[in-house]
Design a protein around this ligand. Structure first.
Ligand SMILES: Nc1ncnc2c1ncn2[C@@H]1O[C@H](COP(=O)(O)OP(=O)(O)OP(=O)(O)O)[C@@H](O)[C@H]1O
Ligand SMILES: [Mg+2]
Length: 590
């Protein structure tokens, strides 16, 4: 075996693989550089989910013509100079790696000008080679255009996921950076279409709302704690708004996003017994700690950090979230009626820096309550009779059948109890509804049946830009299932009709859509051929989630519809729907 030192071009490509894994990594690094350069406006434009073009334009400090070339050198950084500086990093960047890595695997054009320079310059790199530098007119600031990512590494290009998945990663990184600097304006467009236009926000609360939409964020409670090791501020979702899917969970330390399965456990522990198993609250947790006690250089994409004493941070989080949830439960309400007062408190000296010296003129209405619950619309009775198979031959799978003479009983809206030939038949109402809807969705998807729709007073829902991406990708399927939804603006949908059987109450429609979009966004793609059942299963589970029966006649309708199913005993996911308590078993109780 012969040992050799790799040519620098290949070494750079390998190093780049660590930093630049996909288009979203480029978006992240360029946005962070723009913020580090003191920009007050950062615009991100994407083509083909970042495969063909990513452009990030800022109005920050810009670079001299010499620096505009030098910045693409590995280890070229203006952000640290000495080893001690590594102990107190307050900028996103510090390694001088990002631009070198990006330039090694793409074609990059940089246009930049400093305030004090008359003319700007344009520098081009491709596959790590400096191609040209020329003078040009340019506005103050920098504009990086990255084309044909991984064009020189076909293997890497092949590993990119579908456009939707790559775009979701981009939105995720964009969101993380935007959540660290509410006072900076950010925009994101894809193929010329605006996804986000975020004006400088007066506070984090408004930034969160602009980014994620009220229906996604749900109600939030503010948290706060100060110890000698860490200060904590931020918002956590009220237990009621916890969702089944992971989504809006954010930790930041000293203005930098990081992920932490360990601290996530602290949050979840604080919610113990407050939320249903398997659901997760939203949280936006901002911590400030002595930069010397946090190592931010342990991960190539800097998405993990190491705290000197993370068990203390764990305990602090657990305690302060518990306290906030307790306080709010006791007060009985969670609201933002007074946005001035509830504004994010200032944390330490560093937090001062995130905030503008003077409050920017964002077009916000101080009386507007971003997290207010939507007004409830008119509720409508669900007509179960439509589901009944009129032939009424529903005894075929059971030796047991409900006695037709006796009206079923409803227990707490959750269980239906009917007298059957051999004892008591207990039916799980939500699961029954899931089965009924599942059968109907399957028929609709296989086009063997036309779905009936209930039209409703239009419900406008701000689903956030990510939710909109998911909706756009699934609009046709949703319509074939009986949803009548039209897109509106960049992050909103208007629901005009839902499949029969789903609630028409506006609050519930909003929850249903949020659940469905979350279900549809969970990127696991089923095997071909399983597509329909997987989709019908997800939608039926989401649509049945709020089932609560309120009358014996509704119960009767459910029983009839359920028992006309080919498979009334189990849900699509295999959960038992019907349990029979025989007379013998009743006897044993005495
Ligand atoms: N948008 C920008 N405006 C002004 N200067 C910039 C901009 N982007 C990069 N620079 C300059 O180029 C240097 C190199 O950027 P690069 O992202 O490669 O490294 P870094 O940000 O210092 O560290 P890291 O690799 O951790 O991101 C920066 O230190 C900065 O001086
Ligand atoms: Mg950088």
């Amino acid at each position: 075996m012969e040992l050799r030192i790799l040519p620098s071009g290949i070494a750079d490509m390998i190093a780049a693989g660590e930093v630049v894994q996909r288009p979203s990594s480029v978006v992240k690094e360029l946005m962070e550089n723009a913020v580090d350069a003191g920009a007050s406006q950062v615009s991100v434009a994407i083509s083909d989910s970042g495969r063909t073009m990513i452009r990030v334009v800022d109005d920050g400090c810009g670079m001299s013509p010499d620096d505009a070339v030098l910045c693409f050198q590995r280890h070229a950084t203006s952000k640290i100079a000495t080893a001690e500086d590594l102990q107190r990093i307050l900028t996103f960047g510090f390694r001088g790696e990002a631009l070198a890595s990006i330039a090694a695997v793409s074609e990059v054009t940089l246009r930049t000008r400093r305030e004090e320079d008359q003319t700007g310059c344009e520098v081009q790199f491709a596959a790590g080679e400096h191609l040209s530098t020329r003078e040009t007119a340019a506005p103050k600031g920098s504009s990086f255009t990255v084309r044909n990512l991984f064009y020189n590494i076909p293997a890497r290009r092949k590993f990119l996921k579908s456009d939707n998945v790559e775009m979701r990663h981009i939105i995720e990184e964009f969101t993380r950076v935007a959540l660290t600097r509410p006072e900076v304006g950010f925009s994101l467009s894809h193929g010329g279409r605006d996804i986000f236009v975020l004006k400088p926000a007066k506070s984090l609360k408004f930034r969160i709302l602009d980014l994620l939409g009220s229906s996604v964020v749900g109600d939030v409670v503010d948290i706060s704690a100060d110890t000698s090791i860490v200060s904590v501020r931020g918002y956590v979702g009220s237990p009621d708004s916890a969702r089944k899917t992971l989504g809006n969970q954010f930790f930041f330390v000293n203005g930098r996003y990081f992920r932490s399965p360990y601290l996530h456990k602290a949050v979840m522990k604080a919610y113990e017994n407050l939320i249903p198993e398997g659901s997760t609250p939203s949280y936006f947790i901002y911590m400030e700690a002595d930069p010397g006690s946090v190592d931010v250089n342990i991960h190539p994409a800097k998405t993990e950090v190491k705290f000197e004493d993370d068990s203390i941070i764990f305990q602090t989080l657990l305690a302060c979230i518990k306290a906030s949830l307790g306080k709010n439960a006791a007060a009985g309400s969670i609201d933002f009626d007074n946005p001035e007062e509830r504004d994010m408190p200032v944390i330490g000296s560093r937090f001062e820096e995130y905030r503008p010296a003077s409050i920017p003129q964002a077009g916000t209405d101080p009386s507007y309550d971003p997290f207010a619950a939507p007004a409830a619309g008119p509720a409508k009775e669900f007509d179960y009779s439509r589901y009944v198979d009129k032939s009424g031959d529903y005894g075929r799978l059971f030796e047991d059948r409900p006695l037709p003479s006796a009206a079923p009983m409803v227990v707490q809206g959750r269980f239906i109890i009917a007298r059957s030939t051999s004892g008591l038949m207990v039916i799980h109402a939500r699961r029954a509804m899931e089965r009924i809807l599942y059968d109907r969705f399957i028929r609709a998807l296989s086009k063997s049946a036309h779905v009936t729709q209930t039209s409703l007073f239009p419900v406008q829902i701000n689903v956030g830009a990510e939710g909109r991406t998911v909706f756009d990708a699934n609009a046709r399927v949703l319509s074939s299932l009986g949803f009548d939804i039209v897109p509106f603006g960049t992050d909103t949908i208007v629901v005009n009709g839902v499949p029969e059987g789903c609630s028409t109450e506006s609050g519930k429609v909003e929850k249903l859509m949020a659940d469905i979009l979350l279900a549809l966004s969970d990127g696991t793609s089923p095997l071909p051929g399983m597509m329909e059942s997987a989709l019908a299963g997800k939608l039926a589970a989401a649509a049945a989630a709020g089932t609560s029966l309120d009358s014996p006649s509704a119960a009767q309708g459910t029983v009839d519809a359920l028992l006309s199913s080919d498979n009334p005993e189990f849900t699509g996911s295999g959960k038992r729907i019907i349990s029979i308590i025989g007379a013998d078993e009743l006897e044993k109780r005495f």
